[in-house]
Design a protein around this ligand. Structure first.
Ligand SMILES: Cc1cc2nc3c(=O)[nH]c(=O)nc-3n(C[C@H](O)[C@H](O)[C@H](O)COP(=O)(O)OP(=O)(O)OC[C@H]3O[C@@H](n4cnc5c(N)ncnc54)[C@H](O)[C@@H]3O)c2cc1C
Length: 296
């Protein structure tokens, strides 16, 4: 049985179906806060059913041409409407951006993955969004288009807090991931209560190594603060340093200190604090092995 609130029917709303980004942007500018962008709808419709939001208008962007693609273009470029299932099945992603692939492996059900878009996953700014940690560690850049033109922002700067981003009557149109550096390795993992659940803790790592030293490292943590964030103090322990067992343990310990987990329906703050340490240590080791070509 679903809780009573979830079975509520949707409140009536006006519906627009633009075919061009410019048309959608114009609608957003005219309707302001009364309107919401609809992509896959896997999150938006659910929150509307729960009456957490009750927009007067929906602007369905799914029929906009040229926002649904995944290609290599001196890096990786994805249209905002690219489905999670497309990312999961992409050979480019599997071969070259393994942490992004790992984020799709346990993402919802096939039905959810066929509807949900990468843009929706980012714009929702959930601390437990699966694609944000790997994309953040890879230095993803977002293209936003609005009434004042277009701008590019780092994913890391885009997220303000849970459910809140830099979007200002704008549409996210594409995501660019710079090419992976030489001798780089990445990894992502989330811990879940059961399949198809949101993460109770997640982590992504991107490291580049050379002759036993760490040239650079980026660590992103999910579901342990009010947004996905970089554990920068932990990164600083290893950046430009010789890689030792002790330093990896210090990195994990410091990352856990940077987290600000809460207790909720998925886990307790105590468990999250403990397990983030374990996860960071394992993923740093796995990323190093991948960077050194010791495993796939
Ligand atoms: C059963 C179930 C399981 C799920 N499992 C997972 C999971 O394992 N991992 C996970 O991360 N998430 C999960 N989710 C959450 C959700 O499916 C994803 O976050 C999904 O990627 C959202 O994308 P969407 O296209 O459906 O977004 P929508 O629901 O259409 O939109 C989400 C938000 O983003 C805004 N938005 C969407 N696209 C744009 C754009 N291009 N420009 C500007 N604003 C935009 C919308 O206005 C809305 O506020 C699950 C949801 C369900 C119902």
């Amino acid at each position: 049985m679903f809780p009573k609130e979830i079975t509520k029917t949707l409140k009536l709303f006006g519906y627009f179906n633009p075919h061009e980004v410019s048309e959608a942007v114009l609608l957003l500018a005219q309707l302001g806060d009364k309107a919401r962008v609809l992509a896959g709808g896997t999150d938006l419709i659910h929150t509307m059913r729960l009456r957490q939001i009750t927009p007067e208008y929906l602007i369905n962007i799914k029929d906009i041409v040229n926002l649904n693609y995944l290609k290599e273009n001196a890096g990786l470029e994805m249209g905002a409407l690219t489905r999670i299932s497309t990312i999961k099945e992409s050979e480019i992603i599997k071969q070259k951006y393994i942490s992004i692939y790992e984020a799709t492996e346990w993402f919802g059900s096939p039905q959810v993955r066929n509807m949900a878009t990468v843009g929706g996953n980012i714009c929702r700014s959930s601390p437990s969004s699966d694609l944000i940690p790997p994309l953040m560690t890879l230095g993803a850049v977002l293209k936003l288009v609005g009434p004042r033109g277009e701008r590019k922002v780092l994913l890391e700067d885009f997220l303000l807090r849970a459910g809140k981003t830099l979007l200002d009557q704008e549409i996210l149109t594409s995501i660019f991931v710079p090419p992976m550096g030489k001798n780089s390795g990445t990894a992502f993992k989330k811990l879940i209560r059961s399949s198809q659940d949101l993460a109770k803790v997640s982590c992504a790592v991107n490291i580049s190594v050379e002759g036993g030293r760490c040239r650079d490292i980026i660590i992103a943590l999910g579901a342990v603060a009010d947004k996905v964030f970089r554990a920068k103090k932990a990164e600083n322990i290893l950046r430009n340093e010789e890689i030792t067992d002790e330093k990896i343990k210090d990195v994990a310990q410091r990352a856990s200190q940077e987290a600000q987990p809460i207790t909720d329906v998925r886990s307790t703050a105590t468990y999250r604090s403990h397990v983030i340490k374990v996860l960071v240590e394992r993923l740093v080791r796995l990323s190093i092995e991948r960077a050194e070509g010791k495993c796939g």
